[in-house]
Design a binder for this molecule. Structure first.
Ligand SMILES: Nc1nc2c(ncn2[C@@H]2O[C@H](COP(=O)(O)OP(=O)(O)OP(=O)(O)O)[C@@H](O)[C@H]2O)c(=O)[nH]1
Ligand SMILES: [Mg+2]
Length: 689
């Protein structure tokens, strides 16, 4: 890493060479609030259903108290602060900070991480979104480690995904960090995933720095965003200290930041880096404790096998060291050794001989290891509590492809139940939010996850690896209330950002599906609104696509699991239009498609192979329609000018896996191959239940 100085020695309590506290760079919410004369705007709070007046009443006084306390804290000489640690052998590492970047989807985590790496000396920035699907979709799917060197201090950064379906990644990654950088879009403000990740961070007692990001946006409204973020802290029950969070304004895109306000941006990100150094707690290390490292992430390399990634809580790791591995207190103690050891520099793994407690590292050498295992000392094994992540809410059945067109492609190399099972096992190893169990037949598996996007990404990856399989429509998982015995179902917090002209459309769709409106506020862009709802998860399946269609692609929907609520037993229709199916196998003909143009829209084009039972179109009515799409025009000897030669067919509807998952009904099954994706009626496919 360019310019990283020699790691400083650990500092014992009371050691006097710790420099006296430098003047503080960072600014907190209290300081900003005091500088601004007007109190929080009460109209801004409806989205979180918090009464601003309730918070505002005591806020000013509380903020003054916090501000005084903070000033006192900063005046404490540094050695005294070190000496207040719980045990004499617990010391703080001055040369490292560990921080996780958390936010709602698209609030700029990855862009900011890339900018930090660039400004800290990375010559050629390789984006943190390195996976092929991440690049294609422009979203982060897997949490990833990076590290930068600033002022001789190594800052380990964990970039996390913002999408709700990958929330499991955030939950497990937070234990590597001592502090969190909560990014909030300067125009949008806190969104459902902001609430989710903040709740997780507060639950784990992490120090949170708020970064109002994207202040370069013309529609940015940083004051409003700051107040709304403060309200969110209050709404989530954060204590006084957490509510007095440090604030930084930034534009990751332009690589600039400021602690003084959005209009006073410096020419680089140093204000942000200084705040991170100042406000992120230094890693505490118990010099007396034996080796402990919780495996928080797993990677795989064809040459070295499984790679464990985590933060070394205590002890040291060296190449060749014999280590133990245990899953929780009751786990069996297994043996292994470290064959390769790395630490992070920018977003690369760099070989190293020894890692000391407090740092984040990666090592190879263990074959049987899972996320949640603790690496322990063989002679003094003290496992840490395994990572807990929230339960899955959505399930789909994956089965062997039983369609008449199964295994016809040369790319389809993995088609058996054994191969599918092995792949699902591998996925569950690295993805804690995913589970699977035997399905309804001996050749099927019930795969459970956090949402259709997460399951769709798994399907897309499998398909690219040469798998062929069938999946049922997504269904939500119910559970029983242990006290009342009543059935419970998952509910979501949904926020829809929409131009005012389409407000009625969103409200109508939500009402149809049983959504309860929770709030409405002005959106970031002129003439736009952010509407908030609470709605059962099962009713949200396919909703983003529907909104896109009905609002000409302008509505953006974000949702996040909120709680388990009572299941009322009502069946909600997923789709208001039926399917057009074909009753015959063969090639779809121009003549037939043209003939049925008035009846609906088609997913197939002339000359495309179809099979009996395949869904080939979307009916205009709410009932299904069976047709013969393979019928040729009867040949006659009479020559006539036919209209069919002069008309052009509209192009077929192109559907991605995500589109199909949002579209398919419970009596349908999706055939996933490395080539085409086909929907069929379940009852028409032999061997499916
Ligand atoms: N105007 C502006 N746009 C930005 C800024 N930072 C990021 N963006 C844009 O916002 C979009 C999302 O940025 P990402 O960095 O991928 O966001 P993310 O939070 O990592 O997204 P996920 O990982 O998918 O949750 C991209 O189109 C960026 O170009 C910024 O500071 N200003
Ligand atoms: Mg990202």
């Amino acid at each position: 890493m360019s310019g990283l100085s020699q790691p400083m020695a650990f500092l014992a309590p009371g050691v006097s060479e710790v420099a006296p506290a430098a003047p503080s760079v960072s600014r907190t919410y209290a300081q900003f609030s005091e500088r601004r004369s007007a109190p929080a705007d009460s109209a801004s709070n409806t989205a979180w259903a918090v009464s601003t007046s309730a918070i505002a009443a005591g806020a000013v006084a509380a903020l003054r108290r916090q501000s005084t306390r903070r000033a006192q804290r900063q005046r404490l000489p540094a050695p005294l602060r070190v000496a207040t640690l719980e045990k004499p052998d617990v010391v703080e590492r001055e040369d490292i900070r560990n921080i996780a970047i958390i936010a709602h989807v698209d609030h700029g985590k990855t862009t900011l991480t890339n900018a930090l790496m660039k400004q800290c000396g990375m010559e050629k920035v390789k984006s943190m979104d390195s996976d092929q699907l991440e690049q294609e979709r422009g979203i982060t799917i897997l949490a990833k480690n990076a590290a930068v060197n600033y002022k001789g201090i190594k800052i380990n950064i964990v970039d996390t995904p913002g999408h709700a379906d990958f929330g499991g990644e955030v939950e497990r990654i937070l234990n590597m960090a001592d502090g969190c950088l909560l990014l909030v879009d300067a125009a949008e403000g806190p969104m459902p995933q902001t609430k989710f990740v903040l709740r997780q961070a507060l639950k784990l007692g992490k120090r949170i720095i708020v970064c109002i990001n994207k202040v370069d946006k013309p529609a940015s409204r940083p004051d409003w965003v700051l107040d709304t973020t403060f309200d969110l802290f209050g709404c989530l029950g954060a204590d006084d200290e957490a509510c007095d969070f440090p604030v930084v304004y930034a534009s990751g895109f332009r690589g600039v930041a400021s602690v003084d306000g959005p209009d006073d941006l410096k020419e680089d990100l140093t204000p942000l880096l200084d705040t991170i150094l100042e406000e992120t707690p230094k890693p505490k290390v118990d010099n007396d404790a034996p080796l402990q490292m919780l495996v928080s992430n797993l990677d795989y390399d064809d040459y070295v096998g499984r790679i464990c990634i985590g933060r070394l809580v205590s002890g040291e790791l060296t190449v060749g060291q014999e280590i133990g591995i245990m899953y929780g207190e009751d786990g069996e103690l297994r043996k292994g050794s470290v064959t390769k050891l790395w630490h992070f520099e920018n977003n690369d793994r760099v070989k190293i001989d020894k890692v000391k407690a407090g740092d984040i590292c990666a090592f190879a050498g263990l074959t049987e290891v899972t996320i949640g295992d603790t690496v322990v000392d063989l002679n003094d094994a003290r496992p840490l509590p395994p990572i807990q992540v929230e339960e899955p809410t959505v399930a789909m059945e994956f089965s062997v492809n039983k369609s008449p067109f199964a295994a016809q492609l040369k790319e389809s190399t993995k088609v058996t139940a054994v191969q599918i099972k092995a792949r699902l096992e591998k996925e569950c190893l690295t993805n804690l939010a995913l589970r699977f169990e035997p399905g309804s037949t001996s050749e099927s598996f019930k795969v459970k996850g956090r949402g259709t996007l997460q399951l769709g990404i798994l399907m897309e990856n499998m398909r690219r690896e040469g798998f062929e399989f069938m999946v049922s429509a997504p269904e939500v998982l119910l559970r029983e209330d242990p006290e009342t015995g009543k059935k419970l179902e998952p509910y979501e917090d949904v926020a829809v950002d929409v131009p005012t002209e389409y407000q009625g459309v969103i409200m109508e769709e939500m009402q149809k599906k049983g959504g309860v409106m929770k709030g409405m506020e002005t959106g970031a862009v002129e003439n736009s609104l952010i509407l908030s709802f609470e709605i059962p998860t099962r009713c949200t399946i396919g909703m983003p696509g529907k909104f896109m269609q009905r609002t000409s692609g302008t509505a953006v929907m974000a949702s996040q699991f909120s709680h388990w609520g009572e299941f009322d037993g009502t069946t909600i229709k997923l789709r208001d239009k039926g399917s057009i199916t074909t009753g015959a196998t063969g090639k779809a003909t121009f003549y037939s498609i043209l003939n049925f143009q008035q009846r609906g829209k088609f997913f197939v084009e002339p000359a495309e192979e179809v099979y009996a039972g395949q869904v080939i179109g979307l009916h205009n009515k709410d009932t299904d329609l069976a047709v013969n799409i393979t019928k040729e025009k009867a040949v006659s000897n009479v020559r006539a000018a036919s209209s069919s030669f002069t008309v052009a067919l509209p192009p077929k509807i192109q559907m991605s896996i995500d589109d199909w998952l949002g579209h398919m009904d419970t009596d349908e099954v999706l055939e996933v191959t490395p080539g085409p994706l086909r929907l069929a009626k379940k009852k028409e496919i032999k061997g499916l239940k």
